[in-house]
Design a protein around this ligand. Sequence first.
Ligand code: COA
Length: 145
Amino acid sequence: MDESKESISLPVSHPDEPSIRVVLLPRDTNSQGTIFGGIILSYIDLAGAVEVGKTTRQKVVTVGIKEVSFKAPVFVGEVVSFYTTTTKVGNTSVTVHVDVEVWRNQESIHVTEADLTFVSVDENGHPTPVVASSKRINRSKNKSR
Ligand SMILES: CC(C)(COP(=O)(O)OP(=O)(O)OC[C@H]1O[C@@H](n2cnc3c(N)ncnc32)[C@H](O)[C@@H]1OP(=O)(O)O)[C@@H](O)C(=O)NCCC(=O)NCCS
């Protein structure tokens, strides 16, 4: 095998591909030199929206982000993966769990997780029932993770 290719391969710690994978830059840091939490949060929001797109193609807005837990810092240059699962499809809302992981020292580190709710809205910005291609609920929320 070509060793240069082997050195950039990433682990498969999750059964699915991440909704987003990014490398963060010095411009994304806080005063400590680690990645600013708001940057991670914005990618969590984006990854959640990507996940909702698997359920419905309707326009959605973020109504709530809860239980954001920053468990470990993220450093400049690390590859950050945002894994998503749909946990609930309601009447007008879709709730998504996001797990954020980095590959560091030959292991996958779970750095952040969050639960987000999106609401399907009509052209006037009012909630409208979710028209789902299917009721995609592929993960019961696991509090112990
Ligand atoms: C999203 C918005 C249209 C919802 O309007 P609303 O009148 O509050 O909606 P409702 O009270 O009818 O709730 C709609 C759904 O959202 C859910 N919901 C409302 N607030 C919630 C919250 N804080 N967390 C989780 N779910 C919430 C309700 O349970 C309901 O779900 P269901 O229909 O599946 O049962 C409105 O709040 C809004 O425009 N917010 C701004 C959104 C935005 O701009 N986001 C970008 C970031 S600033």
